[in-house]
Design a binder for this molecule. Sequence first.
Ligand code: PEP
Length: 252
Amino acid sequence: MTRQKFVAGNWKMNGSLQANAALLQAICRALATDPPVCRVAVAVPAPYLAQARQLLEGSVVELGAQDVSRHEQGAYTGEVSAAMLGDFAVRHCLVGHSERRQYHGETDAVVAAKAQRLLAHGITPIVCVGETLAEREAAQTQAVVARQLGAVLDQVGADAERIIVAYEPVWAIGTGRTASPQEAQQVHAGVRAQLAAVSALAAQVPVLYGGSMNAGNAAELLAQPDIDGGLIGGAALKAPDFLKIISAARIQ
Ligand code: PEP
């Protein structure tokens, strides 16, 4: 079975009403004339979900969010629930991004609870996993990734087939340093095997690569057999760069 490629932009804490409109209009206009063969999504900051939803109406670009509360509702000041994301027709939401793990102390258990909460609301969790430089140097990459993914798989059970995984080596995020296609493929193959151990359908979930993917290196990364797309940070903020990555998914 050929898996359709998936390219998602993670805007992180960037944007403004004006900048978002310019960016999304440029992306939507280009994709309307030259439809992508891959799925395309953007994960926008929560306050801009309503704006992005409106701008994306009628476009192939899917709406995503960057984080969700692990709680259903109640006295959790500042949090955004999965139900609220659902109100804005959000289709995907990142969980376990390394910036959340690193700066907000999110544990594997918290990430797993968030993934489950999203699934309960019909939203696809994009589960981010990846090792730090120190872990890579200590030859812990596969073990760390397997532990992080395993926590989610244990929690969601048969719903594993409804998730998306993003392998994002922490040392490659926002640094301009990318895993080589071979390094990334090796980890992706391990992720695929872990998913395959759950079920044949889980083995088919998209496994994205993230970490300084850009217009110049996307084609080679996306050509790897187990790399099903990209999670793009910096390069997703410039329409021409994001569009080039989307085009790179076409030529595989
Ligand atoms: C990310 O934040 O998920 C990411 C991959 O960032 P960048 O592309 O900027 O490395």
